[in-house]
Design a binder for this molecule. Structure first.
Ligand code: FAD
Length: 466
């Protein structure tokens, strides 16, 4: 029937039981391009998925904040800050200069009394865990991967899962912002509450974040368990489970009645986290590649049969940062919206039903998480906790036909798009979704009156003509 074998599906399905995954992603080309501080070559820039690209006039990678300020004073040409290029939306593409702050890195200071750590804004999330562990601290949460820079992650309100856990932006207790005119501002909730709440999620539109102070907790260990369950059963009990466990999420398997459920809780059990041998093919990649060869109509029954036959996976215990983040080697594009908690289950079920009814050719699971509310102006979670729902499409294929069908479902349930993921909303719709959107635009205008930090995507979001 296909080149696909049942044994291969079973291997994949067993892995689906541990969908949390592991290991390293590839850094985008920009990180290597910053050999010297300033380059005017014409290397194209592209994001992690390859879905966004541009031909910047040049790249600047300052080694110090002073070099950045000197560069900003040279002229008034367009600029875009870039982190590690892991956003799926067009936040970064520019034909002006790209500014990379990955030389502004490392742990700069820490406070054992308040458990805060001040870090260079260009540090990767993956580097933070080990350096703050040495001073007895651990981050409250991490997203699904840890390749992002700290500044890039907070700029889009990057989050993990947990009903009592916030986005990374909400754990920022202070930051340094270099405005487009080169002025340095030290912001926190006491000194500049409005500007601080805007700068905690700023889409790189207010200037350059050079240093971030994070509120952390004492270093801790986590235990992760994964299991396969019928999606509808998981949904019925989701809120109670999300209250009972610090991190609770599920990956509903498309064209199937089942989901992979991931439960993470604090523990003081000894570390037990066996690593796969490096030459062993990644079973997650194997699953995706195998399912692509199965006709859509045949997938559901095969996945259902395979996952119910799969043995339960072994729980793993490790320090928090080694449990929370995964590696996603299989490239995809992603759309994610956050809806009010009570809209989460009906919205998710409508998406799954639509995929089934329209026989959409997608092999990637969805992702369903709860995130605590905050009061940051552009946080997707401002005003209260929400359910975030993600859909993914293999990066080799056009995501638009699939995402065009799903996106209106999110709108129906009051969804707010993740700033770093694919969406089509513009200024007028965003004004209705964010009570503080107009205040943010006023702040942006005051800090960047000539609009040198704008690109076409941001102009669309902010309602600014070219
Ligand atoms: C495989 C994968 C998994 C993901 N998982 C999750 C997840 O679990 N949860 C989640 O919420 N998101 C997730 N994301 C999305 C990702 O976390 C966000 O898009 C994040 O913003 C990317 O960070 P980055 O360092 O790559 O920044 P970039 O994508 O390079 O930039 C993001 C934004 O930050 C701005 N910026 C960067 N540096 C600075 C600076 N120094 N000063 C001011 N602005 C700056 C940029 O201008 C841009 O607007 C995932 C993405 C991928 C590819």
């Amino acid at each position: 029937m296909t080149r696909f074998s049942r044994r291969r599906l079973l291997a994949g399905a067993i892995f689906a039981n541990a969908f949390g995954g592991s290991l390293a992603g590839l850094a985008p080309r920009i990180a290597n391009a910053a050999e010297s501080n300033f380059a005017t070559d014409s290397l194209p820039w592209h994001n992690w998925s390859g879905g966004q690209s541009s031909q910047p006039a040049g790249r600047f990678a300052p080694a110090t904040e002073d070099q950045l300020i000197e560069f900003l004073g040279r002229d008034s040409a367009p600029l875009r800050p870039v982190g590690s290029g892991h956003s799926f939306s067009a936040l970064v593409p520019t034909d002006g200069h790209i500014v990379v702050l990955d030389k502004l890195t490392g742990l700069r200071s820490h406070d054992p009394a308040t458990l805060e750590a001040t870090l260079g804004a260009g540090i990767r999330l993956a580097e933070i865990g080990p350096v703050i562990e040495e001073v007895g601290q651990g981050m409250f949460n991490l997203p699904d991967i840890d390749r992002q820079t700290l500044a890039g992650a907070i700029s889009t309100a990057t989050h993990g899962t947990g009903l009592a856990l916030n986005t990374l932006s909400a754990y920022v207790s202070g930051l340094r912002l270099v405005t487009p005119s080169g002025k340095v501002m030290e912001l926190d909730a006491a000194k500049e509450p409005g500007l601080f709440a805007a700068a905690q999620v700023s889409l790189g539109a207010l200037g350059f974040v050079t240093e971030v102070r994070m509120r952390n907790r004492a270093a801790y260990r986590l235990k992760k368990t994964t299991r396969i369950q019928p999606t509808e059963d998981v949904l019925k009990d989701f809120e109670a489970q999300a209250r009972a466990h610090s991190h609770y999420e599920m990956f509903p398997l498309t064209h199937s009645q089942y989901a992979s459920v991931q439960i993470i809780d604090e523990t003081d059990e000894p570390i037990h986290n066996p690593q796969s041998p490096p030459d062993q093919p990644d079973p997650y990649d194997e699953l995706m590649r195998a399912l692509v060869h199965v006709p859509v109509a045949a997938r559901g029954a095969m996945i259902n049969a395979a996952v119910t036959a799969a043995p339960p996976s072994e729980p793993v215990v490790d320090v928090s940062y080694r449990i929370l983040a995964n590696v996603r080697n299989y490239r995809f594009n992603e759309m994610e919206y956050s809806v009010p908690l009570d809209a989460g289950a009906p919205c998710l079920l409508e998406i799954l039903r639509t995929i089934e009814e329209k026989q959409i050719d997608v092999v990637f699971p969805l992702e369903y998480r709860y995130v605590a509310g905050d009061d940051l102006w552009l946080s997707m979670f401002s005003g209260g906790p929400r359910a975030s729902i993600s859909v993914h499409r293999d990066a080799r294929f056009d995501y638009r036909p699939y995402f065009d069908i799903v996106e209106p479902i999110f709108w129906k349930y009051g969804g707010r798009p993740h700033w770093g993921k694919v969406h089509t909303l513009k200024h007028d719709q965003l004004m209705k979704l964010y009570p503080k959107f107009a205040d943010f635009l006023e702040m942006r205008e005051a800090l960047d009156p000539t609009g040198r930090m704008l690109n076409a995507h941001l102009r669309g979001l902010f309602g600014i003509a070219t």
